[in-house]
Design a binder for this molecule. Structure first.
Ligand code: ZN
Length: 502
């Protein structure tokens, strides 16, 4: 036997994870640099470095020695503490998944995705779905194949969903989305029959330099420690975390739009708080960082919508908003501002959708993915199916594929099964709010004073500090009980009925 004692093997496991964390850190910084500060013609050397680092991390993960190490520790599972046991479990999942994909398929798929991203971007620009079709066909075929490698006992789409939200399946999601549709579709119909909200003042000229000050203010209200969390500017906002002491968020300033960056900062700030709130003991292990896409989105969308789009939050920040943008908002009061940032209107673009209609955008993508992987829809028929579903769910006509099925980058990046996490996250958040209110009483009374400390402390205690130690379903149920979409539909019905006097 290679290992003389369990302690020795555990030490090797720690070392392995620290090395993996170091490479991930380096690649994360390179990516951050590439998307923020790097001059335009510097990609070549960075590309070479990234290629080598990716190869090194692949080899570091997929080698027979690791397989032996994991097997040894699995054989001594009863001697391991709970954290180490979970580390082994998480590493085993990653190891098996990479090991099960034959190396030549892994390489071919990486090359395919690399090409697909560029083809998709061009196809989107030129509204030319046909040029993207052969790439998406291959991506779908690979994903079906990989699903079989990942989990041969599951239906392929379930296996893919499981990649983003461990334990999730189509049976749960079908029921979830049906429940959402039943509540949201009639609500939207009612809203369309009443007086519409004027939000035109949100689209005046808002200089980027003032918006930057606004971002600093928002992060301060959220209680984000700036000595551990930076903010930069990128084409598309995102959050990246190196460890629980070093998290970065990004935003994008549109000078003709006040709210785009405002809610990006609050959303990404929510992701950042989750990462910053993790317990130190998970740093440099496979358990560092948020546990799943769904739980991550529950945190970002909690701050963005449940807090950020609430009357209480608007009350707290409005004096500062007025101070920063006194000219643009000269005739606007707090109520007008609150109503404007919550205007609900069926639209074409997911990322610009309001809180109420958002889930319907996700539902369209879910239905299409399910059919593509299930084999009941061909890639070439995606545009027509997209148009049909947008008409049915949102009542809107999709004029072209650029604003239709080509709008998101997920499929070209190989992510099939990812979209449902966004809707799940929103629903998780609404249920967390009710539980939080049971524990803390009137959460919004503090928020109205600009004090989010109790809200964040509750989330740290119940969600953030656990990082990836517990599986997402278990983490959620231990805090909130059984998942029930009714919390979310009730929350939406109450909020939007009041907002529109329905
Ligand atoms: Zn997010």
């Amino acid at each position: 036997m290679k290992y003389e004692s369990v302690n020795q093997a555990v030490e090797a496991l720690r070392k392995l994870q620290q090395t993996q964390a170091a490479y991930n850190h380096a690649m994360g910084v390179l990516y951050l640099d590439a998307t923020t500060a790097a001059p335009s013609d510097t990609w070549e050397g960075r590309g070479k470095t990234m290629e080598i680092l990716s190869q090194v991390t692949y080899d570091l993960t997929v080698n027979p020695e690791n397989g032996e190490l994991l097997s040894y520790l699995e054989a001594h599972a009863e001697e391991l503490d709970a954290q180490t046991k979970r580390e082994v479990e998480v590493l085993r999942k990653g190891y098996d998944q990479m090991f099960k994909i034959p190396a030549e398929e892994y390489v071919a798929y990486s090359v395919l995705l690399n090409d697909a991203q560029a083809v998709w971007a061009k196809a989107k620009n030129e509204d030319d779905f046909a040029s993207f079709t052969p790439y998406l066909e291959k991506i779908v075929a690979y994903n079906k194949k990989f699903a079989g490698y990942f989990n041969p006992d599951m239906a392929p789409y379930d296996a893919l969903l499981n990649e983003y939200e461990e334990g999730m399946n189509t049976a749960t999601l079908d029921a979830f989305f049906a429940q959402l549709r039943e509540a949201i579709v009639p609500l939207i119909a009612k809203i369309q029959n009443v007086q519409q909200i004027d939000d035109s003042f949100l689209f005046h000229h808002y200089p980027a330099e003032v918006q930057r000050k606004f971002s600093d203010y928002l992060m301060e209200v959220m209680g984000i420690d700036r000595s551990h969390c930076g903010i930069a500017e990128t084409e598309h906002p995102y959050t990246t975390n190196f460890n629980n002491k070093d998290v970065r968020i990004t935003t994008h300033y549109h000078e003709d739009n006040l709210v785009s960056s405002m809610f990006s900062v609050i959303h990404e700030g929510g992701h950042a708080l989750y990462e910053l709130g993790a317990d130190d003991k998970y740093n440099y292990t496979a358990l560092s960082g948020g546990v799943s896409m769904g739980i991550h989105e529950s945190q970002s969308r909690f701050y963005e919508n449940i807090i950020g789009r609430s009357e209480a939050f608007v009350h707290a920040i409005f004096p500062k908003v007025k101070e920063l943008f006194s000219e643009q908002l000269a005739d606007v009061d707090e109520t007008m501002f609150y109503r404007a940032i919550n205007k609900a209107e069926p639209s074409l673009i997911r990322t610009e959708a309001d809180e109420l209609t958002y889930a319907l955008h996700i539902m369209v993508r879910y239905e299409i993915e399910k059919q593509l992987i299930g084999g009941t829809l061909e890639v070439k028929d995606v545009p027509a199916e997209w148009k049909r579903l947008y008409k049915e769910y949102l009542g809107v006509e999709v004029p072209n594929d650029r604003e239709g099925c080509l709008q998101d980058s997920h499929w070209s990046g190989g992510s099939i099964g990812y979209f449902p996490s966004y809707a799940l996250g929103s629903a998780y958040g609404a249920q967390m709010l009710r539980k939080m209110e049971e524990d803390l009483g009137d959460v919004y009374a503090d928020v109205a004073k600009g004090d989010l400390s109790k809200v964040t402390a509750w989330l740290v205690e119940h969600i953030h500090r656990h990082a990836s130690f517990k599986k997402p379903g278990q983490l959620f149920e231990e805090v909130c009980g059984k998942f029930d979409a009714k919390f979310y539909t009730d929350y939406l019905t109450e909020k939007f009925s009041k907002l529109y006097n329905l």
